[in-house]
Design a protein. Sequence first.
Length: 100
Amino acid sequence: VTVSLKNHHTIVLANAEKHAQPTLTEGLDHMIDVVRRSLREEKEKDIHARRKSKEDSVMMEPEAEVKDQRMEADELVEEIEADEDRKREEIYKQVEASSG
């Protein structure tokens, strides 16, 4: 028995010895139970994967925010240093002009 799921996974019940039952009705009941259990396990795996990816994305957001803040701080420092360099260059030009 093969069951295809919406998420493109398949559940295969191929082991005849493991799933053997004395009557057709018992075999059908057993197959229903096995398929139901397998579907529940697949659903739990999917839920777990979604929760994990959601937790990972939540954990990544603060890191990205910290990086953005660091980049902004670095840019501000660069701007301040550039202003100070311009002021120093003006002072040097004035000193050179007055001495030369």
